[in-house]
Write a protein of this length. Structure first.
Length: 79
């Protein structure tokens, strides 16, 4: 997954550290990608990295319907 795909739905301009001037929008975005497993910072997430991340997230949510609702809201899939 290319980082440009994620930039469409992840707006860093409202991030508190961007607003305070502590970080740039690019720094926040790179940190965001790292949370998914992009440890080398190349801006590319493999399908495995993406799936591993969301497998861990979904393991903490008891209800599949709720998980689906969360993902639709988080990634603006109902728009």
């Amino acid at each position: 997954m290319n980082s440009s795909d994620l930039r469409v739905v992840y707006d860093t301009s409202a991030h508190p550290k961007v607003i305070s001037g502590e970080m740039t929008q690019e720094e926040v975005f790179v940190q965001f990608l790292a949370s998914f497993g992009d440890k080398n910072g190349d801006g590319i997430l493999t399908r495995t990295e993406w799936n591993d991340y969301y497998a861990a997230v979904s393991a903490n949510i008891d209800n599949d319907t709720h998980f689906i609702q969360l993902m639709r809201a988080a990634w603006k899939l109902d728009a």
